[in-house]
Design a protein around this ligand. Structure first.
Ligand code: PRX
Length: 638
């Protein structure tokens, strides 16, 4: 497969960028011409950010799996589509060619149909990182069902909320999942999520750990049994459902600054075109390269750069079940040498954690197949950048620092590997079709000669922009398109230099980024406040060496049970139950009051500073209802 739209020089980048802004419809129409459509579009783009209403490739018909699988079969059906490396290095890896993938996706798509799943139905997927997860995702897309993948670190309560919000009637899960030394009992968590649920009709359970599970008659079925039924019926192929360009492809829940996580909705055509375009250009993928994205498919990075981007480009995507530090901190490096990986795409938190083990785990590792390195999820500090460059890339691999979000579907700001310059801790230049703008607090554009800073917004739509938040379009409007009229607001702050390079400085709203995972402070506070002994709480982020940000909770407690250590554990247990282990605070400080203004608003700025270790310059505290509380909090800092 060739990529005529792959940018090959800095000059071509500037040309492509200029064209994409001058005439986005021509630009994206040309790119889209290289995909397989059942029917071409009537209009490339129709949009306004007021409602918002964004339609790409209007009137076109397609199925994304025909682009990710079927169209590759004739010329390279035997090429590995997915290489799967299990958690345990002693277990054998699996190689799934495009032909195998076709067969397996068709088979499971038929299983879904046989179990009553229809076009437009929402299917919740809660699985570990095994090939069947990618197969389940693609099988949904094949029959036009809308997948909603939930990361394995979320609790039964979180699953239950998401099932309810999406009105999902079908679940695909595993008995359990392996992650390092742990077995996670996924089906048992699903069972808890389903207590009292009357909507879910079917749970399909794939075998992985073979831990004991309770299979409920009439509701729960085994994946393997269902496949056998399909084989008996002789149903090998599964014609792909014809989808409208704007039909939803998937929902992915993500945290915001207020309320419960919202279901970000992505549409078929635009998401396909943009994830492919960004994959091919940012990583400079060449046919035959092995691409290793270490994310979990439970997050957007896995959706876009393990599944849809690589597969639509006919690439070989390496999927890893385990964690970077088990059985030892050489696991990534061993995998890279084992499969001669060419592109490694990981998170700064993983790099920092591996840096902490020193150079021992790199002993005897060649890493000479690597051509391109990438990072995503949070700002990368210069120290980690240089370590990655020197010890993993051996000084010869360009590092792409890719900035994007669940809502953007694909990478929006990044250098292109080896084509546009990289610069430690700068995401650098916008992708073609992406028009960033910095604004001040009042929405006024920030301009200026040298380096400027502001809130990062985007002026016009790119093909994989969020279409709505599931079931609540108004929320989408309020969250992203209302802070600054006629602009998409990212929630991030950024610097821009005179050459137009961007450096992302972090969230400017109450959203934390813990190990590259997005968590709303309000969400964690709500969970802590559910504990019977808690009166009130305030949660802020603080700099954490490995995680980037840690969670610091200030808690007013009036319960009578246990000592302080036990109370902390009780609170952690509550957060684990309500959200999941990923949202557990790193530090809990018990306080007698919180710094509030006279109107009752918590002054988080002060709490943030104290959590960061600042004791002197806390700003003006005279407007506080009870300034004395600040002294107490400062003294009790942990
Ligand atoms: O704050 C930015 C940070 O991660 C947020 C998006 O989180 P999520 O939707 O979970 O998606 C993560 C994977 C795409 C952004 O608002 N972020 C992501 N990439 C970078 C980043 N911050 C700095 N540099 C990056 N490269």
């Amino acid at each position: 497969m060739s990529y005529p739209y792959q940018i090959k020089s800095l000059e071509q980048y500037h040309e492509a960028y200029a064209q994409s802004i001058k005439n986005p419809e021509n630009f994206w129409g040309d790119v889209a011409g290289h995909f397989q459509w059942r029917r071409r579009w009537d209009k490339v783009l129709d949009w306004n950010f007021t409602e918002p209403k964004i339609e790409w490739f209007k009137g076109a018909k397609l199925n994304i799996t025909e682009n990710c699988i079927d169209r590759h079969l004739e010329n390279f059906g035997n090429r590995p589509a997915i290489i799967w490396e299990p958690n345990d290095p002693e277990e054998h890896h699996r190689i799934i060619t495009y032909r195998d993938l076709y067969n397996k996706v068709c088979q499971f798509a038929n299983v879904l149909k046989n179990n009553g799943v229809k076009k437009g139905d929402r299917v919740c997927i809660y699985m570990g990182m095994i090939p069947e997860l990618a197969i389940a995702v693609l099988a949904c897309a094949r029959i036009g069902a809308v997948h909603s993948v939930i990361f394995g670190g979320f609790s039964a309560q979180s699953i239950s909320d998401r099932l309810y919000d999406a009105q999902s009637e079908y679940i695909i899960t595993c008995d359990g999942a392996y992650r390092g030394a742990k077995d996670i009992p996924l089906k048992s968590v699903i069972d808890d999520a389903l207590i009292g649920n009357r909507t879910v009709k079917r749970v399909i359970v794939c075998t992985r750990t073979r831990t004991a599970v309770s299979m409920i008659k009439g509701r729960d079925v085994w994946w393997e049994d269902e496949i056998k039924k399909i084989e008996t019926l002789g149903m090998t192929d599964c014609p792909a459902e014809e989808m409208d360009a704007e039909d939803p492809l998937f929902i992915l829940y993500t945290s915001g600054s207020t309320g419960k996580p919202k279901g970000v909705v992505h549409a078929n055509a635009g998401y396909m075109v943009y994830t492919n375009y960004s994959f091919v250009n940012v990583f400079q993928y060449q046919p035959g390269d092995i691409h290793f994205c270490t994310a979990d498919i439970g997050w957007i990075t896995g959706h876009s750069y393990i599944v849809y981007g690589p597969l639509s480009a006919g690439a070989t995507s390496l999927m890893f079940e385990g964690v970077p530090t088990w059985p030892d901190a050489g696991r990534f490096w061993e995998i890279i040498d084992k499969f001669s990986v060419n592109i490694l795409y990981t998170a700064p938190t993983a790099i920092r954690s591996l840096m902490g083990f020193g150079l021992g785990p790199l002993q005897g590792k060649k890493l000479n197949s690597l051509k391109v390195l990438g990072t995503v999820g949070e700002p990368i500090n210069e120290e980690a950048w240089h370590w990655y460059d020197e010890h993993i890339g051996n000084g010869k691999c360009p590092i792409v620092d890719t900035w994007w979000q669940t809502e953007t579907g694909g990478i929006l700001i990044s250098n292109l590997a080896g084509i546009t310059p990289s610069r430690p801790s700068w995401a650098t230049l916008p992708m073609p079709g992406v028009e960033p703008i910095l604004v001040d607090e009042n929405g006024k554009e920030v301009t200026g000669e040298g380096e400027v800073s502001g809130n990062l917004c985007i002026k016009s739509p790119w093909p994989s922009i969020i279409r709505t938040t599931y079931g609540d379009h108004d929320r989408c409007k309020k969250n992203y398109f209302s802070t600054y009229p006629e602009l998409y607001f990212t929630g991030d702050g950024a610097l821009r230099d005179a050459e137009g390079n961007y450096r992302i400085t972090g969230r400017v709203d109450d959203v934390l980024n813990v190990s590259g995972h997005r968590i709303g402070t309000a969400e964690v506070e709500n969970a802590i406040n559910m504990h019977a002994g808690v009166v009130e709480s305030a949660v802020v982020g603080y700099p954490h060496d490995i995680k980037g940000q840690g969670i610091y909770a200030y808690v007013i407690y009036n319960g009578t049970h246990g000592d302080e250590a036990l109370r902390r554990k009780d609170i952690l247990q509550t957060v684990t139950r309500i959200i999941g282990p990923i949202a557990k605070p790193d530090k809990i400080q018990f306080v007698s009051g919180l710094p509030k203004t006279r109107s009752g608003k918590i002054m988080r700025r002060i709490l943030r500073k104290i959590a960061e270790g600042e004791t002197e310059n806390l700003g003006d505290i005279t407007t506080l209802l009870d300034p004395g509380v600040v002294e107490e909090i400062k003294n009790g800092k942990i």
